[in-house]
Design a protein around this ligand. Structure first.
Ligand code: S3P
Length: 453
């Protein structure tokens, strides 16, 4: 699908964004292996989380869908049924990695397949799940399809991730539920922690500690403060889970997805005279860095109506058109805004002065190589940009030219460049715009509505 975007004078309105994709995947997966019925309110409508529900049904889980409410009838830790063929993970790396951790503890064999994009992405769960005792095979020991022959009980391990990754961490923690004893994962910097929060809500025993020079200390309330000054190597983080217990079903209210809100935050900041309120967005400390960086760039972003729901902080985000300046985005803040970098790069192109993004090589292992894709599209729009192995240097100054750009089959690239089109001179054509449905069905309509008020 091709979408044409014309420049707009302002964006105004009060809107909601789809439910958080990360939290929706986790709620469905934990619900499936819990005892009892988990009710999920505000389940993300995108294609990826729907794929998770379909995979669970193939594993014998009863799923009820009623508008935005999804009910998962849990089968307990070991109650999943052997599927009658390969399981289709579609475009979702999160699903493929997280569910591997669960399948590693079942007493049957499963095969996980994905689309062309997912088949090119490294599944770094193979090594830790093998260490835990599951038989896992993958192309070149890394790429889908994954074949997992589960084992019970698994061995508890202590595993150090070379790069922060919430998906790999989560797969190990989920497999840890099937291990005899305590499984620990260490990360060089804290990645999103929804799995840890939700495991606790479902009754699992989880512990989080900072590791400093071999000593460890309680994470406590320090997380937020430390994440805010995260650039530069902070202490490592260790998360542990106790195995062979059971999970209790829970009620989950899914907040709006900050990663979807990010497109509207940047749009509101770069289109002069804009004023947008985005309601009920999750502002988990491990996800909020996009707000901090936009503020540092000079954007007026306010948080209002703050409250806690199901262990996750929720706010309304209010953004106004602002003059932006370039910045540096690097170091241990990267995992906390990894999905927002394409749209932050668009903000950078509109800012005064240069922006440098480093330490973000993981972007090359996403739905597409997002460094390549952003650099290519920005160049087509006339922006000066240099490609680095682990990031990019973006010359600011605005003056974007309308052009034909590609989504490269990646939802976040499609949406980031639709946002760029709002301030470019002339028309911007997004090829492959339908990919936005992966996480934000109705995205283009939302932009249109905001520009009409
Ligand atoms: C996610 C973690 C991130 C992120 C992805 C969702 C999650 O991936 O890019 O969109 O839900 O845990 P990695 O942990 O693989 O970097």
């Amino acid at each position: 699908m091709r979408v044409r975007i014309s420049p707009v004078r302002k964006l105004r309105g009060v809107i909601s964004v789809p439910g958080d994709k990360s939290i929706s995947h986790r709620a469905a997966l934990l619900g499936a292996i819990a005892e009892g019925t988990t009710e999920i309110e505000g389940f993300a409508p995108g294609r990826d989380p729907r794929t998770t529900l379909e995979v669970l049904e193939r594993l014998g889980v009863e799923v009820e869908r009623e508008g935005k409410v999804v009910r998962i009838h849990g089968l307990g830790l070991r109650g999943l049924k052997p599927p009658d063929g390969p399981l289709w993970a579609g475009n979702s790396g999160t699903l493929m990695k997280l569910i591997s951790g669960i399948l590693a503890g079942q007493n049957f064999t499963s095969v996980l397949e994905g689309d062309e994009s997912l088949s090119r992405r490294p599944m770094r769960v193979v090594e830790p799940l093998r260490l835990m005792g599951a038989e896992v095979s993958a192309l070149d020991d890394l790429y889908p399809p994954l074949k997992i022959r589960g084992h019970f009980p698994l061995n508890p391990i202590r595993y150090a991730l070379p790069v922060p990754s919430a998906t790999v961490k989560s797969a190990i923690l989920l497999a840890g539920l099937y291990a005899e004893g305590r499984t620990s994962v260490e990360e060089p910097a804290p990645s999103r922690d929804h799995t840890e929060r939700m495991l606790e809500a479902f009754g699992a025993e989880v512990e989080r500690r900072w590791i400093r020079q071999g000593r460890s200390e309680d994470l406590g309330e320090e997380l937020d403060r430390r994440l805010r000054r995260a650039e530069g190597g902070g202490p490592r983080v260790q998360v542990s889970v106790e195995g062979t217990g059971k999970l209790e079903a829970s009620k989950v209210v899914v907040p709006g997805d900050i990663s979807s809100a990010a497109f509207l935050l940047v749009a509101g900041a770069i289109v002069p005279k804009s004023h947008i309120r985005i309601k009920d967005v999750g502002l988990n400390p491990t996800r909020r860095a996009v707000v901090d960086v936009l503020r540092r760039m000079g954007a007026e972003v306010r948080t209002e109506e703050g409250r806690m729901i199901c262990g996750e902080p929720i706010v309304d985000l209010v953004v106004r058109g602002s003059e932006l300046k370039g910045t540096r985005i690097a170091g241990s803040v990267i995992p906390n805004l990894i999905d927002e970098i394409p749209v932050l790069a668009v903000a950078a192109a509109c800012a005064d002065g240069e922006t440098v993004i480093r330490d973000a090589e993981e972007l090359r292992a996403k739905e597409t190589d997002r460094i390549r894709a952003v650099v290519e599209n920005l160049r087509r729009m006339g922006v000066k940009v240099g490609e680095l192995r682990d990031g990019m240097v973006i010359g600011g100054g605005g003056n974007l030219r309308g052009a034909t750009v590609e989504s490269f089959g990646d939802h976040r690239i499609a949406m980031a460049f639709a946002v760029a089109g709002l301030v470019a001179e002339g028309e911007t054509v997004i090829e492959g715009a339908e990919w936005a449905d992966i996480s934000f069905p109705g995205f283009f309509r939302t932009l249109e509505d905001l520009s009409r008020r």
